[in-house]
Design a protein around this ligand. Structure first.
Ligand code: NAD
Length: 403
């Protein structure tokens, strides 16, 4: 079933949010869109902060236009779908970007009301087919890398073992909590810098991946009531008692670490507190925590988003929008994710939002003035359509026999 079929101009606007240096399209990702018959209209200076000048886009076939012209496009690509998107969107326009659809923000219903066809990059399903569109992973990968550099720049020690004429310096001890995409990237980066790395995740299934990167997996005899602390690839939220048990068991490892990088999150929930103030008291002055969950409430009790807190000599770094601090490469991979999603919708110069495609359906948040995504509707307390009735069960002995 298709819900749209009209001419494709794709607009790319300069991000308006403070400290947002990324851009939603790169010169390198233009080719497949142009080949599919689209015109790409880049707002003057849109890629400047990410190191992509207007000329680089123009060389690859994009048109450099005013903000008003970019905003008048059939499709508008953004990094942040925020208040600026609400102001700049017209009815029937396709908007693609990071919209935080599960956080209950006001912009999502406002865009639905404006009649936008809104796609949230966060909702790209974590399937093999959709991997090339998975912006959460592409950005988390870079955030994990940068978290280690932030830690290294605050630590009054070097990371690698150094044997010098003046004596031997032991390697820094790094603990990574949460071994999802960002955690695994942090482990690999810390290892490359020569640190001794340990990692912990509530899902024991990640042990093998952690070990394959040369880190030790910290096993806690935690009673999660079910294997892996969650079903499938995702962690589920721990109970208060399980979290308390976890904090107690992890305290010794935290105390012995020079650096703790926390990345633990549970989709759609506030980040769990894993490093308590009591645990910080046990750390050596000079130690550093980098809390990548700072914007979701923080994995460390003392985290303040956007600040570096000095607590009795222990530094707690609560960075926000880490991918934006590596804007060129974050934009490069994000643009690829967006272009790959768009490629599913543009055929022979025509945009076709085919909701029979599972990736399109799963990322579509709003259309025709309504929020249409089931999980997002739940977040906003909207009624969710009842599932279709199950097929009738045949009476025993009445089944049709087929050859
Ligand atoms: P995330 O950002 O939601 O969470 C980060 C990590 O924190 C997870 O590994 C989670 O288990 C862990 N965590 C949550 N609560 C914790 C607690 N109390 N203590 C310790 N750790 C805790 O995760 P993510 O990076 O988005 O990835 C989640 C999973 O999805 C991973 O297994 C990842 O490999 C998988 N994934 C699959 C695909 C794909 O198949 N295409 C793509 C991306 C990610």
């Amino acid at each position: 079933m298709s819900i749209d079929a009209s001419g494709p101009t794709i607009g790319v606007v300069r991000e308006q949010r403070e400290h947002e240096h990324r851009v939603a399209m790169s010169p390198a990702a233009l080719a497949p869109l142009l080949k599919a018959g689209a015109r790409v209209l880049i707002e003057t200076g849109a890629g400047e902060d990410a190191g992509f000048g207007d000329a680089a886009y123009a060389d690859k076939g994009a048109e450099i236009v005013s903000r008003a012209d970019a905003l008048a496009s059939r499709v508008v690509l953004r990094v942040q779908v925020d208040e600026d998107a609400v102001a700049g969107t017209h009815p029937g326009q396709i908007v693609i970007g990071l919209a935080t659809p599960l956080a209950g923000v006001a912009t999502v219903p406002a865009l639905a009301e404006k009649g936008a066809i809104l796609f949230a990059m966060e909702l790209v399903p974590r399937t093999t087919r959709a991997q090339a569109m998975d912006a959460l992973s592409s950005q988390a990968n870079i955030a994990g890398y940068k978290a280690v550099l932030l830690a290294a720049s605050q630590l009054p020690k070097v990371f690698p073992l150094l044997t010098t004429a003046a004596g031997t310096i032991p390697p820094a001890r790094v603990l990574v909590v949460g071994a999802g995409v960002a955690g695994l990237s942090a482990i690999a980066t810390a290892r490359r810098l020569g640190a001794l790395v340990e990692a912990y995740d509530v899902r024991p299934a990640v042990k093998e991946e952690v070990e394959s990167l040369g880190a030790r997996f910290v096993e806690l005899p935690l009673d999660t009531g079910q294997e892996g602390g969650g079903s499938g690839a995702y962690a589920r939220q721990l109970t208060e008692e399980q979290l308390r048990q976890q904090q107690e068991l992890l305290a010794k490892t935290v105390a012995g670490s020079d650096v703790v990088i926390t990345t633990a999150q549970v989709q759609g929930a506030k980040a769990p507190v894993i490093v308590t103030s009591a645990m910080l008291d046990q750390m050596t002055p000079g130690s550093v925590i980098v809390d990548l969950a700072a914007e979701q409430g923080g994995n460390c009790e003392a985290t303040v988003a956007g600040e570096i807190v000095d607590r009795k000599g222990v530094k707690i770094v609560g960075p926000v929008n880490v991918p934006s601090t590596v804007a060129a490469h974050s934009s490069l991979v994000y643009a690829k994710n967006v272009a790959n999603l768009l490629a599913l919708m543009i055929h022979d110069g025509v945009i076709d939002v085919d909701v029979d495609d599972d990736v399109i359906r799963e990322t579509l948040v709003a259309r025709d003035g309504e929020i249409v995504h089931t999980r997002v509707r739940e977040v906003y307390g909207l009624p969710v359509a009842a599932p279709p009735p199950p097929p009738p069960v045949a009476e025993p002995g009445t089944e049709e026999v087929t050859e």
